[in-house]
Design a binder for this molecule. Structure first.
Ligand SMILES: NC(=O)CC[C@H](N)C(=O)O
Length: 360
């Protein structure tokens, strides 16, 4: 049957409604992802919560969905728009086709939509509220607040410890991707994942060697309540902030964030690391960025910048063992060239322990 994508700009795109689900219509913020592969990781990355994702690569679903590459327990996107959806799969690990997986979770999949036209629209007007509907007329857009707080819906509710490694990291879960946990576990860490609103006192009771603030959905300014805790944590423990975690560190130390017109979502975003004087490709998924002018006087200094728009892609601190990145060093999907950030984080912790022992 036919299905329609209604944009807030008034444009309506006709395509095929592929999923056999009871839902007639869903609302979300429409954004686009430019990577050729990695749709399984994108669908299950909690940072995409409530977004309608347009895949720009024209053939999605070829290798199906497997049991291994999930970034969380379920998909978080509101809806999926593609040009051609492969309804069969061709991969020895495939457990579901794209269509079967989205049906299981009652997520609409629209295909044969002119995705290039939509991307041009989003690039001109920005990411905007949209509807996927079985109806062509009468779109009622904007009923649900798209800027609502989303982290509390995706963060784990209970603490849990993984691994037996030599350094103990507290991973604050704002909607963390599994790959962040596995990036630490494979580097000989023990990791305690804690809910996003865990108090400073509760973290100190765990006595970790370092703290990692995870990625997560929505506008960082919706999370004012956690900023005092983050400030205390970065003043106490070596800290790494990834994506939303990076934005929250900037806010906690007095900086500001702003929304990009259409964000960065893809697997080939070029970053310059001014400390190492090198350029590498990164995996990205964000709408918000730290405002460069706002970090003056906070102690934070820009280290990584995006080569397309010169936006801030990572910070270090003048005095504290604190580092943050806007891109995804854990990748998945995407190139893993930025994964030296995890090695630097663990090195920072080891050095911090050494100097603490020296002055004890
Ligand atoms: N991947 C993330 O952590 C995204 C951070 C934030 N929700 C943004 O869109 O900018």
């Amino acid at each position: 049957m036919k299905g329609y994508l209604h944009l807030q700009s008034g444009d309506i795109y006709e395509g095929n409604w592929n999923t056999n689900i009871p839902i007639q219509q869903i609302e979300g913020e429409v954004v686009f992802y430019t990577g050729m592969t990695g749709y399984q990781e994108v669908l299950t990355d909690p940072s995409y919560k409530d977004q309608i994702i347009v895949f720009t690569y024209p053939l999605i679903g070829n290798y199906g969905i497997n049991e291994e590459d999930f970034e969380s327990k379920k998909p978080h996107v509101a809806g999926v728009v593609v040009y051609e959806a492969n309804m069969e799969t061709s991969h020895y690990q495939a457990a579901y086709s794209l269509q079967e997986y989205l049906e299981k979770w009652e997520i609409p999949l629209l295909s044969h939509i002119d995705t290039r036209a939509i991307v041009k629209k989003i690039r001109a007007y920005g990411s905007m509220p949209a509807l996927i509907s079985k109806k062509q007329e009468n779109s009622e857009l904007g009923g649900q607040s798209l800027d609502s707080e989303k982290v509390s819906h995706v963060s784990e509710k209970l603490m849990k410890t993984y691994g037996k490694g030599s350094l103990h990291i507290v991973l604050i879960d704002f909607g963390a991707k599994n790959s962040i946990l596995s990036s630490l576990l494979k580097r000989d860490c023990q990791v305690t994942v804690v809910p996003y609103n865990t108090s400073y006192k509760a973290v100190t009771a765990i006595a970790p060697d370092g703290v990692l603030l995870s990625n997560g959905p929505g506008n960082p300014k919706q999370l004012q309540d956690v900023l005092p805790t983050i400030r205390q944590l970065v003043e106490t423990y070596p800290t790494l902030g990834i994506c939303l975690g990076h934005q929250l560190v900037a806010l906690a130390l007095g900086g500001n964030t702003k929304k990009l017109l259409f964000g960065h979502r893809g697997a080939n975003h070029p970053i310059k690391d001014y400390q190492k004087n090198r350029v590498f490709m990164s995996s990205q998924n964000h709408s918000y960025v730290v405002d460069e002018d706002s970090i003056k006087g906070t102690g934070l200094v820009g280290r990584f910048y995006h080569l397309h728009d010169q936006s801030v892609e990572g910070l270090i601190h003048k005095d504290l063992p604190l580092q943050t990145v806007q891109f995804h060093p854990e990748a998945n999907p995407g190139p893993s060239e930025g994964d030296y950030i995890f090695d630097e984080f663990l090195q920072m912790i080891t050095e911090n322990k050494r100097s603490a022992a020296l002055y004890a």
